[in-house]
Design a protein around this ligand. Structure first.
Ligand code: ADP
Length: 396
C-alpha cells in the first residue's frame, strides 16, 4: 500500500510517500512559508532531481492540493490519487489519552484539540493538516501517530514534577516527553541489530538533533525521558536551554525588565549551544569547526552539551539498573563522531569503551564500541516517517 506521511507545522508541511510493502520512499518534499509571502514546494521523486515550484499557499488546504498535484501530475508524478491507501499524520501532543497510534475519527480529532493547550504551536497546525487531507482525499483512512505516545509507559515517579499534586489533577502538568516515534523506532531497531528481543534489553537512546532528548527503555518500554511538559526540558539543545532552575525566569525578568513572553522566547530560541557560544551558531558543524580551531565559545557550548548528555546517561543507568546498549541518533548523534567521542570517553562507570575507528561513521547503522566494552555503543539512524508509515499500514 502507498502511504502518505504528513508532518504539518504552523508554516511548513513535510511529506513522504512510502510504499509500505517495500518500505521505499517514492517521493519526499516540503511546503515552506505557508500563509506568508514566497511560499514554495520542494520535492524529490524517487530517482529524479529535486523540483522547486514557487506558488502562493495562503493556507494548508492549498499546500495539500499542491502536494497531491506534485505526486499525481502527468509529467513527473509518481502515483495515481486512488493508489494512496492511507495517510499517516505526525501529531506532537497526545496528552495522556493516546498511548499508541489510532485511526482518526471525529472523536480523535476532538481529543487532539482538547490537549492543544499543552502544545499550542503544534497541535492546531496538526489538526489543520488532517482537515486539509480529509478535504482533498475524502474516504481515505487517516492515522494519528503521537510524539508523546511511546513515553506513556513512564511510571508516576518519573513523570510527576515536585509540584502540588492538584496541579497534575487539574491541569495535567506532568512530564510527557517527545520524539517518541524516534525513541521507539531506534530502540526496536537496536534490538534487531543485536539479534535480541527488545523485551530482554535495557537501552538508552540519545536522540541528538537540533531538538534533543534521551530516553531509558527497559524491556521495550520507556521508563523515563528527558523532555517534559514541553520540549524545553532536559538536554541543552540547539537554541533551547534544557533543564534550568525555574527561578532564572523571574531573575531575568527583573534584571532585564522583560515579559514572560520575552523570557520564553529567550529560553527557546536564543539559548542552548547557540547562546552558550555567544551566538556563534546552533549548528554543530560550525561548532565543531570552531572547537578544533580553538574558539572558546564553541568549546564551552559543545562541552556543556556533551556533559549534559553524559549526566542523563548516568541517571538513566541508575534508573535501568543495568545497560545493554546506548544508541546515538538524529543529526548530531548519527553524524558527529566528535560529539559521540566526547560522551563515550566518559562511560567507564558502566564499562563503556569506544572503538575510535568504528566511531568514524556518519548516518549509518554501526556498532561503535570496542570488543571488550561492557555496553554496546551504537549509531542507529532514526526514521520517523517510516515508523509512521508502518503504524499507519498496520492500523488500516
Ligand atoms: P531537528 O530534526 O531537530 O531539526 P536534526 O536531527 O536534523 O534536527 O539535526 C540537526 C543537527 O545535526 C544540526 O545541529 C546539524 O549541525 C547536525 N549535523 C548534521 N550533520 C552533521 C555532521 N556531519 N556533523 C555534525 N553535526 C551534524
Amino acid at each position: 500500500m502507498k502511504i502518505l506521511v504528513i508532518n504539518c507545522g504552523s508554516s511548513s508541511l513535510k511529506f513522504q510517500l512510502i510504499d509500505s510493502d517495500s518500505e521505499a520512499v517514492i517521493c519526499k518534499g516540503l511546503c515552506e512559508r505557508i500563509g506568508i509571502d514566497g511560499s514554495q514546494i520542494v520535492y524529490t521523486p524517487e530517482g529524479k532531481d529535486k523540483i522547486t515550484k514557487v506558488s502562493p499557499m495562503p493556507d494548508h488546504n492549498r499546500a495539500i492540493e499542491l502536494v497531491i498535484e506534485a505526486l499525481t501530475n502527468s509529467e513527473n508524478g509518481v502515483v495515481k490519487l486512488s493508489e494512496i491507501g492511507a495517510v499517516g499524520h505526525r501529531i506532537v501532543h497526545g496528552g495522556e489519552k493516546f498511548t499508541k497510534s489510532v485511526v482518526i475519527n471525529e472523536e480523535v480529532m476532538k481529543a487532539i484539540e482538547d490537549v492543544s493547550d499543552l502544545a499550542p504551536l503544534h497541535n492546531p497546525a496538526n489538526l489543520i493538516g488532517i482537515r486539509a487531507c480529509q478535504k482533498a482525499m475524502p474516504g481515505v483512512p487517516m492515522v494519528a501517530v503521537f510524539d508523546t505516545a511511546f513515553h506513556q509507559t513512564m511510571p508516576e515517579e518519573a513523570y510527576l514534577y515536585g509540584l502540588p499534586y492538584s496541579y497534575y489533577e487539574k491541569y495535567g502538568i506532568r512530564r510527557y516527553g517527545f520524539h517518541g516515534t524516534s525513541h521507539s523506532y531506534v530502540s526496536k531497531r537496536a534490538a534487531k541489530i543485536l539479534g535480541k528481543d527488545a523485551s530482554d534489553l535495557n537501552i538508552i537512546v540519545c536522540h541528538l538533533g537540533n531538538g534533543a532528548s534521551v530516553s531509558a527503555v527497559k524491556g521495550g518500554k520507556c521508563i523515563d525521558t528527558s523532555m517534559g511538559l514541553t520540549p524545553l526540558e532536559g538536554l541543552i539543545m540547539g537554541t533551547r536551554t534544557g533543564d534550568i532552575d525555574p527561578s532564572v525566569v523571574e531573575f531575568i525578568m527583573k534584571k532585564e525588565n522583560s515579559s514572560v513572553a520575552d523570557v520564553t522566547n529567550l529560553l527557546n530560541k536564543k539559548s542552548g549551544v547557540f547562546g552558550l557560544s555567544n551566538g556563534l551558531s546552533s549548528d554543530f558543524r560550525d561548532l565543531e569547526d570552531g572547537y578544533v580551531k580553538g574558539d572558546a565559545g564553541a568549546k564551552r557550548a559543545v562541552d556543556a552539551f556533551a556533559y549534559r548528555v553524559l549526566k542523563y546517561i548516568g541517571s538513566y543507568s541508575a534508573a535501568l539498573g543495568s545497560v545493554d546498549a546506548i544508541c546515538f541518533t538524529a543529526g548530531v548523534g548519527e553524524n558527529s563522531s566528535f560529539v559521540r567521542k566526547l560522551i563515550c570517553d566518559r562511560l567507564s562507570f558502566i564499562g563503556g569503551k569506544l572503538d575510535e575507528e568504528a566511531n568514524d561513521v556518519h548516518g549509518k547503522e554501526r556498532i561503535i564500541s570496542a570488543s571488550d566494552s561492557k555496553v554496546t555503543l551504537m549509531v542507529v539512524p532514526t526514521n520517523e516517517e517510516l515508523a509512521i508509515a508502518r503504524d499507519t499500514a498496520a492500523l488500516v
